[in-house]
Design a protein around this ligand. Structure first.
Ligand SMILES: NC(=O)c1ccc[n+]([C@@H]2O[C@H](COP(=O)([O-])OP(=O)(O)OC[C@H]3O[C@@H](n4cnc5c(N)ncnc54)[C@H](OP(=O)(O)O)[C@@H]3O)[C@@H](O)[C@H]2O)c1
Length: 335
């Protein structure tokens, strides 16, 4: 069967490979015919040799979705014909993580999704709503789960205000899911055009951080100087102090990523304001299941910026690296 392997850390390392056909699935395992997936920052890290412990060669792509085509004995979670999102951390089913559960990741340290058929633990997939396309389902595993988990951990509900930084994959899901939970959302972007799109998705207040980096002042003004209940921060870096400045006393900052690089930040506000700092290292199958249930209940349509086929795969990675997208970049497995 066909797969795209990344044989060395560079975009030129993305290579069409022919792998042995699978035999029947074992106990508790299923075969999924893969249909689509989406790009994440982790895919860039693998492609550029920056993901710790990533082997080469390895099947590319963390996120994926497909149709169950065979089930082994003792499989009760899904049946042949089901449309599923493939969780990226197949060992982490629920509860608190440890290194073994959290660090085993498809497309990074484990084989990824860009293959005709995967053989996988039936407990590590989540059924998807019928109204979503393959590309939309393939956009869910990492970003929707991460956004949902931050909102859950922050106990966000009606009356709360959430600040979301940027308009990439995690942030657009965070906007949509926070609105579904009844919260008020302030979102930032480098682009007025993207902020306009965010408003159409329900953002209550928007701020261009390129015109003026002081988005924290704006967030404070928007909340009568109290601060927001939760900041979803995929950026970190030198601007991380603004997240600490924008959050209310007793609020939470979810540090999701490090697009802004490492941070040298004054941590005193963490003490004075009793801020809860919450890191994220993906989530469990239960977290993905919660995200998909919420998406289904609210009828949320994932925002797909663009769809690339296999022959244009490298162009998709380049678009992701360039950062001009809004929401998710999808890959259609059109072998
Ligand atoms: N910890 C986890 O479990 C987890 C899970 C998923 C992702 N992540 C991390 O979260 C980060 C974002 O992931 P993603 O998939 O959402 O990426 P993405 O789709 O590439 O989003 C990038 C967006 O972030 C915004 N941005 C970039 N640099 C910024 C800066 N200096 N200040 C403010 N905003 C900035 C930009 O938004 P505008 O164009 O609107 O300005 C950009 O489009 C990555 O570092 C990724 O590794 C972590």
């Amino acid at each position: 069967m066909k797969a795209i392997e990344i044989i060395s850390p560079s975009l030129d390392g993305l290579t069409l490979a022919e792998l042995p056909e699978l035999t029947a699935p074992g106990n508790g395992r299923i075969h999924v015919r893969m249909k689509a997936g989406s790009l994440n920052f982790a895919d860039l890290a693998v492609a550029f040799g920056q993901y710790p412990g990533a082997p080469y060669p390895n099947i590319a792509l963390c996120d994926g979705a497909g149709e169950v085509v065979a089930v082994g004995d003792d499989v009760w979670q899904v049946a042949v014909g089901d449309r599923v999102a493939i969780h990226v951390k197949p060992r982490w089913i629920a509860g608190r993580p440890n290194a073994e559960l959290a660090n085993a990741m498809r497309g990074a340290t484990l084989p990824g999704s860009l293959v005709e058929i995967v053989d996988i633990n039936a407990a590590s997939v989540v059924k998807a709503p019928d109204y979503l396309s393959w590309e939309e389902i393939g956009s869910l595993p990492i970003c929707a789960m991460t956004a949902w988990r931050a909102l859950e951990t922050g106990k966000i509900g009606p009356g709360n205000t959430v600040a979301v930084l940027g308009t990439g994959g995690v942030s657009v899901f965070a906007l949509q899911l926070a609105k579904a939970r009844g919260a008020r959302v302030i979102i930032t972007s480098s682009s007025d055009e993207k902020l306009e799109r965010a408003r159409k998705l329900g953002a209550d207040a928007t701020f261009n951080y390129r015109s003026n980096p002081d988005w924290d002042h704006f967030a404070l003004a928007q909340t009568g100087n109290a601060g927001v209940d939760l900041v979803i921060d995929p950026v970190g870096g030198d601007g991380f102090g603004k997240s600490l400045s924008a959050v209310r006393h007793g609020g939470m900052v979810a540090l999701i990523g490090f697009l802004g690089g490492g941070a040298a930040t004054d941590l005193l506000p963490v003490i004075f304001k009793e801020i809860r700092l919450q890191g994220a290292n993906g989530g469990s199958v239960a977290d993905l299941s919660g995200a998909i249930a919420a998406i289904n209940a609210a009828g949320i349509k994932p925002v797909i910026d663009s769809i690339f086929g296999i022959v244009n795969l490298r162009e998709a990675y380049k678009l992701m690296a360039g950062g001009s997208h809004f929401g998710k970049i999808a890959i259609r497995f059109d072998w």
